[in-house]
Design a protein around this ligand. Structure first.
Ligand SMILES: Cc1cc2nc3c(=O)[nH]c(=O)nc-3n(C[C@H](O)[C@H](O)[C@H](O)COP(=O)(O)OP(=O)(O)OC[C@H]3O[C@@H](n4cnc5c(N)ncnc54)[C@H](O)[C@@H]3O)c2cc1C
Ligand code: SF4
Length: 332
């Protein structure tokens, strides 16, 4: 059985300000914990070893939810995945967000896991998500305790994989996040939160708490999330396609498609988006079928998927156009 390290101090502040202060007092030795479904397994594997663990669970304001379809919804970062899964109003208007949350792990873990924790989920890799002894036997790797990347040994960077289900869809639909830290509060597009590096995969500043997730109002867009994984009962995505299309009638006026599980951030499918923007797309129409076939073939090209997740990269590459096309068709 893997056990938590015996030596760490656990804090349970009741305000955001108090939590930020505790983090500032302890610097890099501290980490926040929300549901703990990512952090605690990482601590048990000694991938992350904070000496000061600051729980966000007693901060009531982080659980608040507000808004409606017209103005958009604001979800406190401690909103659990289960609460999103069972939110009937949200399912009416932001179905893709509910689908993504519902696809995460298992019902038990969704009762604990939060949307904030999901947005900040650690990147994953077959050489990293192992216990200490396994990692020690290969002399560790660059992401934790070592120097070499075993996926690409000559690479100066880490290629660990963005594996959160909510990230592709939230970045595609233009959701925003609020962060509060020692330097104050800022609200940024969720897409600006991420950085293409397996180690420094977010632009979150030290000590910042993600406090809110802002979902856009429903104003002419439709979105979808499609996930590829080994077991449909539960598994991390090896491909997570978030698509959002804005329409004027049947004409696509704007589109955003993000490919998760294929790099260290949710990668924009730029060429695919270019090909469908300005086009009239009608389900079942031969010209639409032809365009979507060609456009979805382009989606995986900007990614650098490697053999460091479940399933071979070559197979995931073949599956990508199918899933991208399905995600676009969901929006029609
Ligand atoms: C068996 C298993 C299967 C899983 N399957 C999936 C899956 O299919 N898809 C998927 O996306 N995830 C999966 N997960 C990962 C995890 O359960 C979810 O990503 C969950 O949403 C994480 O949320 P949490 O609140 O538990 O995060 P935590 O573990 O509490 O935190 C995760 C990280 O975010 C930081 N953090 C959390 N909240 C905040 C905040 N508000 N402000 C600042 N920092 C914060 C923590 O410091 C930590 O670094 C799985 C986990 C397990 C154990
Ligand atoms: S991509 Fe390389 S450095 Fe990053 S976790 Fe995997 S083996 Fe380690």
């Amino acid at each position: 059985m893997l056990r938590l390290p015996t030596q760490f101090t656990y804090y349970r502040p009741t305000t955001v300000e108090e939590a930020v202060k505790i983090a500032a007092d302890h610097g890099p030795d501290s980490m926040y914990v929300a549901g703990g479904t990512d952090l605690y397994p990482n601590m048990k594997r000694r991938q992350q070893q904070p000496k000061h663990v600051i729980s966000l669970s007693a901060i009531g304001v982080l659980r608040e939810r507000s808004g409606d379809a017209k103005s958009g919804y604001t979800l406190g970062a401690m909103t659990t995945l289960a609460e999103i899964e069972h939110d009937a109003a949200l399912a009416e208007t932001h179905r893709a967000v509910v689908d993504a949350a519902t696809s995460i792990s298992t019902p038990l873990l969704r009762n604990m896991g939060t949307i904030g924790g999901n947005l900040l989920l650690d990147t994953r890799c077959n050489y990293y998500d192992q216990n200490y002894e396994w990692r020690e036997s290969i002399n560790f790797c660059m992401k934790c305790d070592g120097d070499t990347c075993w996926v690409a040994p000559s690479s100066p960077r880490c290629w660990a994989v963005q594996s959160s289900d909510s990230v592709p869809v939230l970045t595609a639909m233009g959701a925003e996040v609020t962060l509060v830290g020692p330097e104050g509060e800022r609200r940024i597009p969720a897409s600006d939160l991420y950085h293409d590096d397996g180690i420094q995969f977010t632009n979150k500043k030290r000590g910042e708490i993600l406090t809110k997730v802002h979902l856009p109002a429903t104003n002419g867009w439709r979105a979808s999330y499609r996930k590829l994984r080994r077991r449909d009962s539960f598994d991390f995505p090896v491909l997570g396609i978030g698509a959002c299309l804005w329409f004027d009638g049947d004409t696509v006026t704007r589109a955003e498609i993000r490919i998760g599980g294929a790099g260290s951030y949710a990668i924009p499918a730029t060429k695919t988006v270019e090909m469908i923007t300005g086009q009239k797309l009608t389900k079942g129409n031969a010209a639409t079928d032809e365009l979507l076939r060609a456009a979805s073939q382009e989606a995986f090209k900007p990614t650098r998927a490697m053999d460091n997740t479940d399933h071979e990269a070559s197979w995931r590459k073949k599956m990508a156009p199918i899933f991208v096309r399905r995600a676009i068709e969901d929006c029609l």
